[in-house]
Design a protein around this ligand. Structure first.
Ligand code: IMP
Length: 443
């Protein structure tokens, strides 16, 4: 069975842990979107691994990890991750494939990202997105622009690179200048040299991953698709414009890997037991006072990629239900349940009240209308016990079980997995895997 793991909120749901857990059941682990804006933290045997580009499946050497064509790859970051894994005796060889069609994140994309954010923040009113400044938006923009983009396969062809980078550097220098970046003109020759050198190192990994994946399908080798970022950050279905620049919902799988959606039978939607968000953008259930601070401290809610404190609030089930619908989720995984220990009562947002007094259970994927929605909460009793040692549903206090059951009732989906701590063994398998009928698909 092929599986997708996808975040149903605004990211940082703990997908890395579930991908790590489900890796055992699959042969191929595949990234299909995003870039080094994602941060997956996996804790194994007390060791913490923070990965941005390489699928966390790399920690199991017998698995094949694939960076699909839909990912934007910063080759310098990729090399850094490979080196730091090797330094910790993790094998990175034939088990890592990078699509020759994945587009490259260049140093000037990162400069452009940061400069644009600065300009947008300094105008009247703050119009910045609060990006990770990893160059994601500018790299995807170049992909769509076509004539200005370089793909990973191009790094293996020095003459082609040299023939393209002259004009690209010229245009980029003028754009950076217009954004107020005070730097010498971009030097095409030295950029070519550095890309060729990185291409030489990454060459053994760069390949046609579409055929590799279809070979895997033919041989019935199970594939796990690892979504980066999350559904509410999806460029088409998220809270636009406060989103990232890729299709992070499962709808990104076909385009970002070349694998038709009908091959994905199981979609595990990952959600926290509460809600967080980094960067700007609407967040109806955000708690700005003591409750938000308490969730942040208990949940260590600081960004893996940027270290920024995350905004925290109660669980928004209107949002989760919407994302589950867009992603075709067949089950849920509820993460960080342990963070909620010690609250007298817990709130679940089940609907929104609009300015005209109407109440809706539909999400509003539009950053300018969503702030008008007032969350309608259901209140449930909390629990005081720490639950980090729970290994089964029966080990959980009744209030925690009720909380999970209420989530299942409102979303109409089974909670397959619940997580009560960062370690692999702090994971409760509550239900058997749920799959779509084999004729159903995502495309
Ligand atoms: P970008 O992807 O760096 O362009 O950032 C766009 C928005 O998406 C910003 O609000 C980021 O904070 C947010 N974002 C991007 N990737 C992630 C992620 O993996 N987790 C949480 N937020 C993210």
């Amino acid at each position: 069975m092929n599986t997708a793991v996808v975040g149903l909120q605004w990211g940082d749901e703990g997908k890395g842990k579930i991908v790590d857990l489900l890796t055992a059941e699959h042969d191929f682990i595949v990234r299909y979107n995003g870039g080094a804006n994602a941060g997956h933290t996996v804790v194994v045997g007390g060791e913490t691994y923070a990965l941005h580009l390489i699928p966390s499946g790399i920690l199991s050497s017998e698995k094949t990890c694939v960076i699909g064509n839909g990912v934007v790859v910063d080759p310098a970051q990729l090399l850094k991750e490979i080196e730091s894994l090797r330094a910790r005796n993790i094998t990175v060889g034939d088990n890592l494939m990078v699509s020759n069609r994945a587009h490259v994140v260049m140093p000037y994309h990162k400069e452009h990202d940061a400069a644009l954010e600065r300009v947008l923040a300094s105008g009247s009113g703050n119009n910045s997105i609060g990006t990770t400044k990893r160059g994601i938006g500018p790299a995807y923009a170049d992909k769509i622009h076509r004539s200005l983009s370089i793909r990973m396969g191009d790094l293996l062809d020095p003459d082609y690179l040299a023939s393209r980078l002259g004009v690209i550097c010229d245009i980029r220098t003028r754009e950076l200048d217009a954004l107020g970046v005070d730097a010498p003109p971009l030097d095409a020759a030295s950029l070519t040299e550095s890309l060729v050198s990185m291409g030489r190192e990454l060459g053994p990994h760069i390949t046609d991953t579409v055929y590799a994946l279809h070979d895997a399908l033919t041989q019935e080798r199970p594939i796990l698709f690892e979504g980066a970022n999350a559904c509410l950050l999806d460029i088409d279905h998220g809270t636009f414009p406060y989103v990232t620049s890729s299709n992070c919902s499962t709808l990104g799988i076909p385009a970002g890997t070349g694998v038709p959606g009908r091959h994905v039978q199981r979609v595990v939607g990952i959600m926290k037991a509460y809600t967080t968000r980094v960067g700007e953008g609407p967040f109806p259930t955000e708690e700005l006072g003591e409750t938000g601070d308490r969730i942040r401290e208990r949940g260590n809610e600081y960004g893996t990629t940027t270290g920024r404190p995350r905004r925290c609030g109660w669980l928004d089930l209107v949002a989760v239900r919407y994302s589950a619908m867009i992603c075709g989720a067949t089950s849920l995984s509820c993460m960080l349940l342990d963070v909620l220990s010690g609250f007298d009562e817990l709130k679940l947002c089940t609907a929104y009240e609009l300015p005209d007094g109407t109440v809706t259970d539909r999400f509003i994927p539009d950053a300018y209308r969503l702030p008008q929605a007032k969350p309608v909460f259901e209140t449930m009793p909390g629990w005081s016990e720490e639950i980090v040692g729970a290994t089964d549903r029966e080990d959980l206090p009744m209030a925690a079980r009720d909380y999970l059951e209420r989530i299942e009732a409102i979303t109409g989906l089974p909670i397959e997995i619940a997580s009560v701590g960062p370690e692999r063994n702090q994971t409760l398998r509550l239900q058997p895997p749920t799959a779509m009928p084999s004729t159903a698909g995502l495309t």
